[in-house]
Each structure stands twice: as C-alpha cells, then as structure tokens.
Ligand binder design. Sequence first.
Ligand code: FE2
Ligand code: FE2
Length: 288
Amino acid sequence: MAATAITSVPQGAHDEMEQWEEFLVGRYKEGKSEQEFRQYDAEANPGVAEFYRLNHQHQTFDYVQQKEKEYFSLNKGKKSIWQAAEFLNTLVDDSDPDTDLTQIEHLLQTSEAIRRDGHPRWFVLTGFIHDLGKVLCLWGEPQWGVVGDTFPVGCAYSNQIVFPEYFKANLDLNHPVYSTKYGIYEPNCGLDNVHMSFGHDGYIYEVMKPYLPQPALAMLRYHSFYAWHRHDAYQHLMNDHDREMLEWVRKFNPYDLYSKGHTKPDFKQLKPYYDDLFAEFFPAEIDW
Ligand SMILES: [Fe+2]
Ligand SMILES: [Fe+2]
C-alpha cells in the first residue's frame, strides 16, 4: 500500500542509520577482545563519531521537552502497522539493492528470529515493531534525533554512554540541577519517570502504550539505552519494576543486533501470520 504524504526523504538518512547499526553490532560483538573493542573509537569511525557529536551536543533537557510536546500527543494521523512499515521502507534508496536490507526486512528478521526461538506472540510482535519509530526521519527529524544510543536527560550524563567526551558541548553540562547525579529526579524514582533523550525508541513506546504488555513496552523504550542494559549505569534511578524489565530488555537485544542475515525474508509467505498477529493486538489503524 502506498505511504501517505512524504514530502521528502532526507538525503543520506539511510546511510547514517546503517552506519550506526553496523557500529553497534561491532561494538557489542560477542567474544570480542579488548583490543578489538578499542577500535570502535572516533578515528576508526569518523562518520559515527560525528553523528554522536551532534547527538550529545543537542540532546538537552529542553530539546527533549520540546520534542515530547511535539510528538507524544500522537497527532500525526492514523496508520495501520503495515502502512507505518511501508512508510519507513521509503527511507531505503535504490542505490544498492543487493547489499541493503530494507527496514521491513530488518524488522522481519528480528521478529522471525524471536519466533523461531518459541517466544510468546507479543514478543514476536515487539520484534516487528521495535524500529517503526524511525518514521520520525520522514517528518524531518535529523538522524542524531532519531537513532543512536539513548540516555536520561535532566541529570548527569554517565561515562558509560558511548563517546562521553562529546557531552562537553551540551549546555546542560553546566546547569546547576541537570548536571547533578540525580538532577530533577528522586533516588530510585523508576525509569518510567525519567525523560530519555529523544528518538525512535521513546516515540514507538508512546505509540504502543495502549496495546502491549509491560515487558514489550520496556523493550521498545529502552532498546538503545546501552549504558543501562549493557553497562549497568543509572542504577540509582532504577526501582524494582525496572530490575524486572531489564531482564526482558536484555533478552530482546541480541535479536536486534545479531539477527541480520543475508537471506531476505519471504514477505509474501510471512504476511498472513503478521496480519493475524497485528489483528490480535491492534485495531485496524492506530494513532501516530
Ligand atoms: Fe532501534
Ligand atoms: Fe533494530
């Protein structure tokens, strides 16, 4: 089905997204040595480093508040899940058809890997929808504001966030409250009460809130929060619910990172299964 009202697809959007995703897979490659780990620095990855420089500079508490106001009321219209996925697919240009997987193919590879491992249907569904928030790109949001690691704002930035040195250019670093350990938050207030840097994760979480169980929502909201789910940062903001959810987020992460294969999923053959799955959890169209 045709995607609606795309004004323009940002130039290079897909390339940067791919670069970031390849960087993540490399950064968290299983069984990687310390030496290999260090290769994931600015010199080895100038494009990714530049991307994070912009992200860390601009993701301030004020920026996040402004974007939450703009998007979290879900006033971008109604779309079915397939329409959102098709819309997202327009991000892929036709420059290199045999190496690039489309966004829908990445979603299907993730969800099919979850399905093969016998996980519940809501988990398979979460695999399919987890990156649909990238539709933000098509509404003109910059790459650094759509993808990339996410982290709390309104309190001190952790050293466990990738390229922490780039926070030097972030205005909140000198803010009397936002620069402190707890910032505007209470100790162990729970991550539900914490504002996260703006991106596709937080946005898809808002879209899906009425429809999915808590572990699914945690997987959506925190799947790029690597400082937390890989590096144990921000324990001081966690409550018991977060500790329970962390296990689920960790269960999800390998499917996101490592399910990419070279065989393209057979969309036609899989479609009926997903039609049923969407009908089980969603009305025909939902608010975006
Ligand atoms: Fe993602
Ligand atoms: Fe993903």
